[in-house]
Design a protein around this ligand. Sequence first.
Ligand code: FAD
Length: 384
Amino acid sequence: MRKHYDVVIVGGGIQGLSLAYYLARDSSQRVVVFEKGYLGCGASGRNGEMIRSAFGSRQWIGLWNKSLQLWENLAAELGFNVMFTRHGYMILATKPEEFDALKQNQKTQREHGLTTTLLDAEEVMRLIPAMNPAVIAGGLLQAQGGFARHDAAIWGYARAARRLSVDIFPATEVMDIVIKSGRVQSVKTSGGEVETRTVVNVAGAHDQRISKMAGIELPTEVHRIEVMVTEPIKPFLTKAVSAPGLLCYMHQSARGEFIGGAEKDDFVPSTSMKNSLGTTCAIAFKYVRIFPQLAGVRMMRQWTGLVSQTPDHAPIMGPVPEIEGFILSVAWGGYGFMGGPGGGKALSEYIITGEVPPEIRPFNAERFETGKLVIEPAIIRKEH
Ligand SMILES: Cc1cc2nc3c(=O)[nH]c(=O)nc-3n(C[C@H](O)[C@H](O)[C@H](O)COP(=O)(O)OP(=O)(O)OC[C@H]3O[C@@H](n4cnc5c(N)ncnc54)[C@H](O)[C@@H]3O)c2cc1C
């Protein structure tokens, strides 16, 4: 560990590692990543791996489309196969009013240069014949979307960052941040103290603890999300599918396993990492409701991950006015894996130039005081 770093990144998830990579690639800053567990032990190694930029608000489309463009060449860029499978991402409407909302979202997508296709119920059936016709009111397909392997993306960014001389310390917990005269001075870790003038909080579900070290309160809450994987079965689903009306999403891997999750309608807040029978049943029920032939298929694995979420469900990115040198990239909710390359790249541009890039400007920390919230209609949104 060096005595001094230009940038200290707290958290070895996809956001922290992609930021480290782009900073090292595009500048001569000395960068260190501290991860209290192993790389990807947070939500980044536990997610459903689905990727799209077809959202319904200008702000989300701007940031996530930057990310989707980076996903396209990520394997070649990092020299590591992140297994980005671009078979398309379909948002399923299960009721006519949901289909109307998809039409509205498509208008916004078109205005911002995205190519997406609206599908009526028959077209959805032709595209995915295994789907239960009773749940289909229509769909919206983003052919450029898909899914990638979450571990591979983590390892790819970490290896590429190390090649560019980023120091990465797993099993090293950030314990405190020293602030003097309103500016970051140093960071105390379980492995020693380092001097720095820039600290980035990318600590996922632990974002509040890191921010409190700098005296900053965040308007975030921790949420748990569960995933289930089935035994491998003959491939019949090439698209990633999300059904916001049913609060669930899924895709089938190259090995034939079904991977996905669902949120329970009667949500009980908790930070437990144990899976619950209720959510397991909800996922199984929704899998079978959408794809009847999954009835009787055995569950192979399940796990839980924690994410941080803001009241408007959008991330908080950029500097905070109170402390010079303290930067946030937190509260990515259920969309930070797909937003990993774009989030890291955009934040690196801010750190290198001092100018907040347009893609992350709307996601500033002040919006909860100014009231300029970012309202995104095309996400799985459960009001608690
Ligand atoms: C079940 C599930 C399904 C999901 N599905 C999708 C999906 O299909 N598509 C999608 O885009 N997103 C999905 N997400 C969301 C996505 O995984 C997250 O938004 C994203 O991984 C957040 O990345 P991150 O780097 O900000 O946080 P994390 O990956 O959580 O990383 C934060 C890291 O900080 C470390 N840390 C915390 N405190 C300290 C400390 N004091 N010192 C050092 N290190 C510390 C943690 O150990 C952790 O590794 C899903 C999430 C879950 C849980």
